[in-house]
Design a binder for this molecule. Structure first.
Ligand SMILES: Cc1cc2nc3c(=O)[nH]c(=O)nc-3n(C[C@H](O)[C@H](O)[C@H](O)COP(=O)(O)O)c2cc1C
Length: 177
């Protein structure tokens, strides 16, 4: 499979990217082809809702989004990687998802396989509920096939993350997709 990993954390070596790294190791060991896009450090502007694209056309904004669009439209799987910010995904990742708008029809017709990988400081049961619910709503709407969620609770810093079972869990998921 061609797997595109969308990394939505401003911390290049942070916790969510550590978990993504383990997923990638597993997926490579399983023979998959990985493309990593550090979307948090790309020029991706937020959707301005201008309707120029009509949900199926060119976008009026001029930035790096065509690289993401091209990668996703030729992928079999997308992996969404994000820190938890106020119970949701990072603004950087949300900006990319909002920009799906200009190719909603093409992207949803692909029935893309997807995975969510997130990292949060807290480890209580509710920490990930809102993000998981949001992600599942996006999957339903976009006809994505959710293939797994790594909810990295207690992953507030790289030192915390390296000691959690989520590292192994992420590798295993990558190995099994
Ligand atoms: C703006 C902001 C909001 C945050 N909101 C939450 C939160 O709602 N729940 C939580 O457990 N951690 C929260 N955190 C902590 C981060 O999710 C946590 O430090 C995570 O490890 C960062 O991942 P990263 O290193 O991949 O960027 C927040 C951090 C920031 C900077």
């Amino acid at each position: 499979m061609k797997i595109v990993v969308l990394k939505g954390s401003p911390h290049k070596n942070g916790s969510s990217n550590m978990l993504a790294g383990e997923f990638i190791k597993g997926a490579k060991d399983a023979g998959h082809h990985i493309t990593e896009l550090d979307i948090a450090h790309m020029d991706i502007k937020p959707c301005i809702g201008c309707e120029y694209c009509g949900m199926d056309g060119d976008c009026a904004l001029n930035d790096d989004m065509p690289k993401v669009r091209g990668a996703l439209l030729s992928a079999d799987m997308a992996v969404f990687v994000t820190p938890v910010y106020y119970f949701g995904m990072s603004a950087q990742l949300k900006a990319v998802i909002d920009r799906f708008y200009s190719y909603t029809i093409k992207l949803s017709a692909k029935h893309l396989k997807t995975v969510l990988i997130s990292a949060a400081w807290n480890s209580d049961d509710q920490t990930m509920d809102y993000l998981e619910y949001h992600y599942k709503g996006i999957c339903d709407y976009m006809h994505f096939e959710n293939c797994g969620i790594i909810s990295g609770t207690g992953c507030g810093t790289p030192a915390m993350t390296s000691g959690t079972m989520h590292m192994k869990e992420a590798y295993k998921l990558g190995r099994s997709v």
